[in-house]
Structures are given as structure tokens and as C-alpha cells.
Design a protein around this ligand. Structure first.
Ligand code: HEM
Length: 346
């Protein structure tokens, strides 16, 4: 249980995860994989190499530290991360492993600069934060298990169709091998694909947005060819009839205030989670403005489908497809106007 002195200790020292975040993050993952090589199966190697996970973990620990006496204010962050953890299969027992190694790393990096009582306070703080994640994840596991057509763990799917959208992008249409219905998902959610590329390496897990509105028979994901091993494997080897293992839809990226007009802004492959949101807004007779930046007409994924959704609807107010450069100019202009308005006290 956190005492007043623990809260003080944690708030006063949270900055450490910002200032030494890179060092702690790198050392943390090194130790984690050394002591628990099986955990490689959960983590995206490309994100590791780019330092994305290290930063994400350190940022969230820092934020939790400065808000340790009002953890409820972190609700949206916890929901977002808990959804991702559930999609990856993170379990309560993993938290003890992560907590022990995190504290050990802080002690190793800071040496005599950190006192025993501060570490003890962080131990208690970590336990409080972990308890919130574990509870959010428990609810999420329960929800997907109980939903009509829902499941936990992986479910086998086969590819019913593969469509080449552009030179770099494909869509995969997938149905469950058991032919049972699929659960409804929220516009903007993703599925997590688990695959073995070769027997010697780890299992790979990747999240892909569901790129068309909820349908109880079929999912669609739309994947860009990236330099990484997983997207190359999918582009080169996954064809009609291939089998894939998927975790149930997850994710907390959705339209807020869906009853009000919505402006969707995307660039390139970033439009995939927005397509189901657009379809859902229009089905609910809401006004939408769609702004999409793309290098050229040839690289505009799902162009015809989006145009037909927009133009066949009376509620769609605008459809603007612009080049990336123009989008950058517009955002710079927007920032300038905002600065002027802020300067004028508006
Ligand atoms: C209180 C402890 C934890 C915190 C604060 C935390 C925080 C985070 C954050 C902020 C992300 C990034 C979410 C995003 O992609 O937007 C993340 C992702 C992730 N977390 Fe945790 N996490 C914790 C515990 C754990 C545990 C116990 C595991 C289990 C091994 C775990 C495994 C993962 C994995 C595999 C990812 C996805 C990384 C990737 O592949 O990109 N986390 N976590």
C-alpha cells in the first residue's frame, strides 16, 4: 500500500525515467530477453531496433510516476495499452517478471544515486500500476471470450481472397476455418496476426487494422510491403487458401463524439483504420469530411471504394485527396494560424 512518503518519493524521482529513459529502457530489454528468452515471442523486433518499445515503456512509467496519486487520470492510456497487451496474450504473471527486472535495471543504472527507500516506494508504485493493467486486461479477456463469436488466444482463418490494391499494398480477406460467426468489432480496431516464418526463429505477432466495417462472416486487413521480415513474408507467401492465426479484434482508437460531424485526416497506409469508421459514420447519417494525402493516384489505396462510400452518401460533405507535400504545407499553415490566434488570446 502506498504511503504519503512513497508518493513523495515516486513523484520526486519520476524524472529519472525521462532523463535516463534510453539507458534504462535499453538495459531493461537486454536483461529481460537474457533472463526470459521466451518473451521474444511477444515483442516486435523492428520496434525494438528502432527503440520504439523502450521509449513507450519509459514514457508510460514516467507518466504513471508523476500521476501516482491520481492514477485514474491515466484511464485512456491504460485502456489503449491493455487492449494491445490482451491482443498479444500478456498474462498477470508476466508483470512480476517485468517489475523485478525494471527495478533491478534502475538500481544498476543509477547505482548509489538511488536509495533503498526510494526503490521500495517504486516497487509499491509498480504494483499499483500493474494492478490497474491486470484488471483492465482481465476485463478485456472476459469481454472477447463472452462476445457472440468471440474467442481468446488464436483462431485459425483461411484467406478467401488476396487483392493487389497498389504496387506496394495488398488486402487479405479471411474467414474462420470453423465457419462460426465472427464477433462484431468497433470501427478502428485491429486484429493480431501470429506467424512463424521459419522454425528456427521466434513467433511473430503483428497488429493490422480491420479495413472494412464489421461483418460476421469475413475480416479484411490491408498490408503495405515494408522492409521487415513479416510484411515481406506475407507479401511473398500468403495467397488465397493460406491459413493464418488471429487473435480477436482489439484496440481503443475510435471516433469520440460520433454524433457530431467528423473530419478524417490520413496519409498513405494510415487510412486503414479510418475506413470502417467512415463506413460506420455514414451508415449512422453523420456528416464527414475526408482528407487523405497520397503521393499520387496510383498509390491511393482503396480509392474507388472510399469514393463510392463518400459520393453515394448524402452525408459526406467533402472528399479531398491531396499530395503529401500539400498536406505538410497545410499543417504548417494551420500551426501558424493557431500560433497567431493563441498570440491574440483567442
Ligand atoms: C506496468 C507495466 C507495463 C507498462 C507500463 C507497459 C506499457 C506499455 C506501452 C506504453 C506499450 C506501447 C503500446 C503501443 O504500442 O502504443 C506496451 C506495449 C507492449 N507491452 Fe507493455 N507494459 C507493461 C507491462 C508489460 C508486460 C508485463 C508485458 C509482457 C511481457 C508487456 C509486453 C508488451 C508488448 C509485447 C508490447 C508491444 C510491443 C511491440 O511489439 O511493439 N508489457 N506496453
Amino acid at each position: 500500500m502506498l504511503q504519503e512518503q512513497d508518493i513523495k518519493n515516486v513523484k520526486e524521482t519520476a524524472f529519472v525515467f525521462k532523463e535516463y529513459g534510453r539507458e534504462i529502457g535499453e538495459r531493461f530489454y537486454e536483461t529481460l530477453f537474457e533472463q526470459h528468452p521466451e518473451l521474444h515471442n511477444f515483442f516486435n523486433e523492428a520496434n525494438q531496433k528502432r527503440g520504439i518499445q523502450q521509449r513507450a515503456l519509459m514514457d508510460s512509467v514516467y507518466k504513471a510516476g508523476i500521476h501516482i496519486d491520481e492514477l485514474e487520470s491515466l484511464g485512456p492510456m491504460i485502456t489503449h495499452v491493455a487492449e494491445k497487451h490482451r491482443a498479444l496474450g500478456v498474462q498477470p504473471e508476466h508483470y512480476e517478471v517485468v517489475g523485478t527486472i525494471l527495478l533491478q535495471t534502475v538500481r544498476d543504472v543509477l547505482g548509489t544515486n538511488v536509495t533503498g527507500d526510494v526503490l521500495e516506494s517504486w516497487g509499491k508504485a509498480y504494483a499499483s500500476i500493474a494492478a490497474l493493467f491486470i484488471e483492465a486486461e482481465r476485463q478485456s479477456y472476459e469481454q472477447v471470450a463472452e462476445a457472440r463469436g468471440g474467442w481468446t488466444g488464436n483462431r485459425a482463418f483461411y484467406v478467401t481472397n488476396r487483392v493487389q490494391e497498389t504496387a506496394e499494398v495488398i488486402s487479405l480477406y479471411m474467414k474462420p476455418v470453423d465457419h462460426e460467426p465472427l464477433p462484431p468489432f468497433l470501427p478502428g480496431q485491429y486484429v493480431t496476426l501470429e506467424m512463424e516464418i521459419d522454425e528456427a526463429s521466434n513467433v511473430h505477432k503483428r497488429h493490422y487494422s480491420l479495413s472494412k466495417v464489421s461483418d460476421e462472416n469475413e475480416f479484411r486487413i490491408t498490408i503495405q510491403h515494408e522492409p521487415g521480415a513479416v510484411s515481406s513474408h506475407i507479401h511473398n507467401n500468403i495467397v488465397k487458401g493460406s491459413q493464418l492465426q488471429l487473435a480477436a479484434p482489439a484496440g481503443a482508437f475510435s471516433v469520440v463524439n460520433a454524433e457530431r460531424p467528423v473530419v478524417f485526416i490520413s496519409e498513405g497506409i494510415g487510412l486503414t483504420p479510418l475506413v470502417s469508421m467512415l463506413q460506420s459514420q455514414i451508415a449512422n447519417s453523420q456528416a464527414v469530411t475526408w482528407i487523405h494525402a497520397t503521393k499520387s493516384c496510383d498509390t491511393h489505396i482503396l480509392k474507388e471504394e472510399i469514393e463510392s462510400i463518400l459520393f453515394e452518401s448524402e452525408q459526406a460533405t467533402k472528399h479531398i485527396s491531396i499530395q503529401k507535400r500539400l498536406l505538410k504545407m497545410l499543417s504548417r499553415l494551420y500551426m501558424k494560424v493557431r500560433l497567431i490566434l493563441v498570440g491574440l488570446g483567442t
